[in-house]
Ligand binder design. Structure first.
Ligand code: NAD
Length: 410
């Protein structure tokens, strides 16, 4: 099953609960615009390389399109479409005034020099700039893109359209970025984890956590959880992993990853482990924070965690989700659990438009407020309608977008 078919299954389930009419369903499941462009750059060695780039705008009923930009060899139209739809549902659950979109370039950034990455980013902006903008569609960082990529993006767009800091979020703090944005997704994953545990009277302190992925989302999640007294018992990424039943020394792991291009493989403070082993680690909370579709029907039965908090987008396939539901594992879905990033991005955009700056505490406090309200709204639906968390989150999201679509008219 393709990535977009997976997302469609979750959407259909929620649409059934809401008894949405077919005409609204059709509008909610069809992306409004799909761009595919060829991005050509000259490599350092003088050769020309051509990459496929995508920007898919799913729905703007509730506000401008908003969604990340991913650089990865597996980026394709189907994956981007599924991620664009998830953004519509995520901004709706968080109740921030945006729609959903996503973009990406099929490339391996590890094989490109810094200058090539800059050229690629600027060339991509050249191809899509007429279809994005501060009031139209606002990209942000995702897998393998960071604040530097956003800085090039903003600069190139501003060259074409005049000074436009609000065209992307996740920029460097020294270039119209926001304090708190970098850590906001991990911060939000922790807010969701805390609230999910609190429903069963479990404090975060002492809880055993395993994480897959130690990039932007995984590393901040691990850091904040460790600061709150959780035991991070296993971490794995594409370079390897480390486990320790008594809990890894997270500050030492962060330091190690910083010195090893972000990778945790070979960390001396624990026994070596792998990514598949980490998904089945002996822990209370499992946090997938790398790529999508890692929990499947083949490995879902092996998960030992009681809670899964989805830091990554679409880490659980519908078949795995069904198995986990049957087994009584509480899955806090991506559109709720990792909405901290887009929420802080929203505050960055607000600051750019108002030409004003907020401090880190204000950004994180406001982000916490948005996420807590979203969590409590979804929790209310879980209780009232006896639904799984994912279905309840989609019910909240679809309900809001359907209402906006109906009010706007065709
Ligand atoms: P990143 O590029 O900073 O980190 C990606 C991590 O995934 C790295 O630790 C990498 O080693 C790991 N990884 C890649 N391939 C792997 C593999 N085959 N096995 C194990 N680990 C692997 O990206 P990120 O921004 O942290 O994003 C991670 C996930 O979170 C993605 O699904 C992304 O869509 C989602 N997300 C990110 C944000 C954000 O603000 N950055 C917001 C919401 C959701």
């Amino acid at each position: 099953m393709s990535a977009s078919e997976d997302t469609l299954r979750y959407v259909t389930e929620a649409a059934d609960v809401l008894a949405l009419p077919p005409r609204i369903r059709k509008l909610l499941t069809t992306p409004e615009r799909e761009l595919k462009v060829q991005v050509a750059i000259e490599r350092e060695n003088g050769e020309v390389a051509v990459f496929s780039g995508y920007r898919i705008q799913h729905n703007k009923a509730r506000g401008p399109y908003k969604g990340g930009l991913r650089y990865h060899p597996e980026v394709d139209a189907d994956e981007v479409q599924s991620l664009a739809a998830l953004m519509t549902w995520k901004t709706a659950v968080a109740n921030i005034p945006y729609g959903g979109s996503k973009g990406g370039i099929a490339c391996d950034p590890g094989k490109l020099s810094e200058r090539e990455l800059e050229r690629l980013t600027r060339a991509f902006v050249g191809k899509i700039h007429e279809f994005i903008g501060p009031q139209v569609d606002i990209p942000a960082p995702d897998v393998n893109t960071n604040a530097q990529v956003m800085a090039w993006f903003m600069d190139e767009y501003s060259r074409l359209h005049g000074f436009s800091p609000a065209v992307v979020t996740g920029k460097p703090v020294d270039l119209f970025g926001s304090e708190g944005r970098d850590e906001a997704t991990g911060f939000g994953v922790v807010v969701a984890t805390e609230r999910a545990l609190a429903l069963e009277n479990r404090p975060v302190a002492g809880v055993r956590v395993a994480l897959q992925g130690f990039g932007n989302v995984g590393s901040h999640t691990a850091r904040i959880l460790a600061e709150k007294g959780a035991k991070v018992v296993a971490v794995a990424d594409h370079t390897g992993g480390a486990k320790r039943a008594e809990g890894l020394d997270v500050p030492a792991l962060l330091d190690y990853a910083r010195k090893n291009k972000g990778g945790v493989g070979g960390f001396p403070g624990g026994q070596p482990t792998t990514s598949p082993e980490t998904l089945a680690a002996d822990c209370d909370v499992l946090i997938p924070a790398a790529l999508g579709h890692v929990l499947t029907k083949e490995n879902a039965a092996a998960v030992r965690a009681k809670w899964i908090v989805e830091g990554a987008n679409a880490p659980t396939t519908p078949d795995a989700d069904a198995i986990l539901r049957k087994r009584g594992v509480t899955v806090i879905p991506d559109i709720l659990a990792n909405a901290g990033g887009v929420t802080a991005s929203y505050f960055e955009w607000v600051q750019n438009l108002q030409q004003h700056r907020w401090g880190r505490e204000k950004v994180l406090d406001e982000t916490r407020g948005v996420l807590a309200r979203a969590f409590d709204t979804v929790a209310g639906i879980v209780r009232e309608k006896k639904l799984a968390w994912r279905t309840a989150a989609f019910v909240v999201a679809l309900g809001r977008v359907a209402k906006a679509v109906a009010l706007r008219g065709l």
